[in-house]
Design a protein around this ligand. Structure first.
Ligand SMILES: CSCC[C@H](NC=O)C(=O)O
Ligand SMILES: [Zn+2]
Ligand SMILES: [Zn+2]
Length: 424
């Protein structure tokens, strides 16, 4: 039919990609209208929630036959990161389909407009096949993820509406895989955004003396670099996965005395700052990292101070690391793996997501949440220039979700489900 032929499916994806929802001025209303009209054509119940003004969240519902069972939530964010238009081969909001490769170039093609629309396309296919869900399936299209999710998923997960939904399992974004595996994430690293500041004696640019701000800062930077290299070596040697090590990258340097032509060259400044994006896995020894920061990276003994611009705890309110179990205590994990295999895909090993997603707001509340974006044989281009997804890979992802949504919405082992929620 017209709805399920692959050229209509691809052109709907392109339409969604063409809506410019890049920060700092995302066109959220246009995206919300697009989603609501797609939902109408599938006869899904829809509502727009505005937890923060100008930031609509679209919530869709596909009612199940047994409303007493905990529901399935399929989450995706509608916002995307900005793109440097001139540096792309094809404009980031043209959704250009390259006829020879089949790649669709657009900001959001991997992160994560693909997933949001694949959920809907999969539901459309299931409806046409005559399938009726037992569990209720909800879809949330949330704003704000790329700037922290505080006005999106965080407020949503905190809301009365959310409580009434009685969610039992959440699916959210993952990462592409360059191999034919599909990557699955049970946890994510926590962002610690650190600014260290060195102070020291100012003086003549020609003079050698101790305790300058620059020297004090450089000693810290050397120490951070050694730590970074050691963590990275663990990954390079294959001893640890990317998700298991602490990442630290210097993201800014600020020092010097400005002059009309640049900087004063013969004056050693009395202050110097550096910023670091640190990501801490929930499995890491975060207490020892805290000591390292206070004792080695910003020691008061070297005239240094530090401040966190953001410091997300790796622990929940009971002091337990925030993660979703991927063993037999979590039936959703096995179901997902099996559903992927049933659709001829290969599930990978459980991993820790290297950056942050909205999944943490659901995991924090004790809900199982799995990060999964069905993109295999695809380079990782999130936040990069020329982000693309191949059209066949997109279509394959819809088949995968058809299998996954059917498995989840049909899963009716009530007792087992309750047991696994208690354990989590
Ligand atoms: C911590 S708020 C920013 C969230 C962002 N998420 C995806 O890239 C990230 O930098 O991981
Ligand atoms: Zn994302
Ligand atoms: Zn992102």
């Amino acid at each position: 039919g017209e709805f399920t032929d692959s050229s209509s499916i691809i052109s709907r994806f392109q339409q969604y990609l063409k809506i410019n929802t890049a920060h700092p001025e995302p066109n959220y209303h246009k995206a919300a209208d697009f989603i609501v009209s797609a939902a109408n054509s599938l006869s899904l119940e829809s509502q727009i929630l505005e937890f923060a003004k100008g930031k609509p969240l679209v919530l869709l519902k596909w009612a199940g036959s047994d409303p007493t069972l905990p529901s399935v939530l399929l989450n995706s964010h509608t916002d995307v990161v900005p793109a440097e238009q001139e540096k792309w081969a094809h404009a980031p909001f043209d959704a250009h389909l390259d006829p020879s490769s089949g790649h669709i170039y657009a900001r959001g093609s991997q992160d994560m407009k693909c997933v949001g629309l694949q959920y809907l396309e999969a539901i459309g296919k299931l409806q046409i096949s005559g399938y009726r869900p037992i569990r209720t399936v909800y879809l949330s299209f949330v704003p704000d993820e790329e700037i922290g999710g505080h006005d999106g998923a965080e407020k949503f997960a905190d809301s009365e509406v959310f409580k009434k939904m009685n969610v039992g399992i959440v699916l959210d974004e993952g990462l592409p895989s360059p191999t034919d595996n599909y990557r699955l994430f049970y946890a994510e690293k926590c962002p610690w955004w650190l600014v260290i500041k060195a102070t020291g004696a100012p003086g003549h640019g020609a003079k050698l003396y101790d305790n300058t701000a620059m020297e004090n800062l450089l000693k810290s930077i050397e120490s951070v670099r050694r730590f970074r290299a050691a963590q990275f070596d663990l990954v390079k040697s294959g001893l640890k996965a990317e998700g298991e090590v602490i990442s630290v990258n210097m993201v800014f340097l600020k020092a010097g005395t400005p002059s009309p032509t640049g900087f004063v060259m013969n004056l050693q400044p009395s202050e110097a700052l550096a910023g670091f994006d640190i990501r801490v896995p929930p499995t890491a020894d975060s207490a020892s990292l805290e000591r390292r920061i206070a004792e080695e990276w910003a020691p008061a003994s070297r005239n240094m101070t530090f401040e966190f611009k953001q410091k997300v705890s790796v622990f929940d309110e009971f002091g337990k690391p925030i993660l979703t179990s991927s063993d037999s205590s979590n039936p959703w994990w096995k179901l997902l793996e099996k559903a992927i295999r049933d659709a001829n895909g290969k599930p990978g090993k459980p991993e820790i997501f290297p950056a942050s997603t909205d999944a943490r707001y659901f995991r924090e509340r004790g809900l199982p949440a799995i990060g999964f974006s069905p993109m295999s044989n695809t380079p990782i281009l999130l936040h990069d220039h020329n982000e693309f997804l191949n059209k066949d890979e997109y279509l394959k992802g819809i088949d995968i979700y058809e299998s996954v949504i059917k498995a989840y919405a049909s899963y009716a082992d009530h007792q087992k489900d309750e047991a696994s929620r208690d354990e989590l």
